[in-house]
Ligand binder design. Structure first.
Ligand code: 5AD
Length: 383
């Protein structure tokens, strides 16, 4: 056996300390295989940091041939923190009375989209807490039509607005959305139940159905997970990677779990890996996924930057090819707090973008301005 019996079952902190000094297959040998299996993935996820050079090298090669060397920008608009869900990890859960709620106006949203156009981002993401009332659905539809009119179709739009009916997904697609990001959060049904309230509004089965409906409707479909969450094991993360591959996703956004004091899961904060390790594990997940799925879009996520100011640039080096500069007006940013220490809360959109551009240039990447950056996997599947 590659690992000791039961090691894959233990929560992450102890798995990372275990297995020192045993004879195990070198990482380079595993990466030489045409297809990585569950055992391979667990072995790499549990490896010492010093062993992982070959993984990063391999991910860089696969990335270059799979998606090229350029980084695509999506301007992130955190449209509203009003949420009907009560996820146990999330700072904007409905049960958090300490969060002060906002919704951007249509004009503010259009202004943010205009900023993305001026900056030649090619693409925006509209993200918000989950709501499925008729008023919200109609308002979003109107906003999407106005955004399409604004740029004459120059902006591609990703939505990240949670579980909706197939009809709503179709309406938003018809109104101008192209891609949809709906994280599965945890592919293990058991772990999913530990991270969410046990009721009909928080069922993993519905989320899987929603992912199917998005594909059916014609979206480029993205999903993702949190990494280093309470109760999560290396085997869970290996299964997440296999889940992404089996679902044949077009895009992935995943990043470290970060505790939030006003959430039920905060009581588990002391059991977590240290933040630096959670980031390292997230980068390793990105690199493994890039090796497994060469032509999908992988985001360098904000939670990575929350742990390390250079987190997103490190993700780009590990295999990510998408960055989402925040275009949310500064006065709302303090209220879109999914987790602690969210970066750039006091910056106006323009400043964040300038910093980011400089950082990407410094880390040897180049930005693909004015391009949609649609998922290569999606385009290949269509043709
Ligand atoms: N830590 C990290 N990511 C979080 N999200 C929500 N709460 C947290 C947290 N505490 C992520 C979820 C969700 C996305 C919008 O933000 O994965 O899908």
């Amino acid at each position: 056996a590659i690992t000791s019996p039961g090691s894959a079952k233990r929560p992450l902190p102890s798995t990372r300390r275990a297995e020192k000094g045993r004879s195990m297959k070198p990482i380079a040998e595993i990466l030489g295989k045409t297809s990585l299996d569950r055992g391979d993935l667990i072995r790499v996820l549990e490896a010492d940091e010093g062993e992982c050079g070959p993984l990063l090298a391999r991910a860089a090669v696969v990335k270059r041939s799979g998606v090229g060397g350029r980084v695509y920008l999506r301007g992130l608009i955190e449209y509203s923190n009003i949420c009907s869900k009560d996820c146990l990890y999330c700072g904007i859960r409905s049960g958090n009375a300490a969060a002060s709620r906002y919704e951007m106006t249509e004009e503010e949203t259009l202004a943010a989209a205009r900023l993305a156009l001026e900056r030649r981002f090619g693409s925006i993401v509209i993200q918000a807490g989950e709501r499925d009332d008729a008023q919200f659905v109609a308002r979003m539809e109107r906003i999407l039509r106005r955004i399409r009119a604004l740029g004459g179709g120059a902006l591609h739009v990703t939505l990240s607005l949670g579980e909706q009916s197939p009809d709503t997904y179709r309406r938003w697609l018809d109104a101008g959305a192209h891609r949809y990001l709906l994280r599965i959060e945890a592919s293990s049904p058991d772990l999913y139940r530990k991270l969410h309230p046990e009721d009909a509004r928080h069922s993993q089965a519905s989320r899987l159905e929603a992912l199917g409906a998005l594909r059916e409707a014609g979206y480029q479909v993205g999903t993702g997970v949190m990494i280093g969450a309470p109760f999560q094991t290396a085997a869970d993360l290996a299964d997440d990677l296999l889940f992404f591959r089996d679902l044949d996703v077009d895009m992935i956004g995943m990043g470290p779990y970060i505790e939030h004091p006003d959430t039920p899961l905060y009581t588990h904060a002391l059991e977590l890996l240290p933040p630096r390790k959670r980031l390292e594990l997230s980068l390793r997940m990105v690199a493994l996924l890039r090796v497994m799925m060469p032509d999908i879009n992988i985001a360098a996520t904000t939670a990575m930057q929350a742990i390390d100011p250079e987190g997103r640039e490190r993700a780009i080096r590990a295999g990510a090819n998408v960055v989402m500069p925040n275009l949310t007006p500064a006065r709302y940013r303090h209220d879109y707090l999914l987790y602690e220490n969210k970066p750039c809360l006091d910056q106006e959109p323009e400043e964040s973008v300038e910093l980011l551009e400089a950082r990407i240039r410094e880390s040897g990447g180049s930005i693909a301005y004015g391009e949609w950056g649609d998922s290569g996997r999606f385009l290949a599947r269509k043709s």
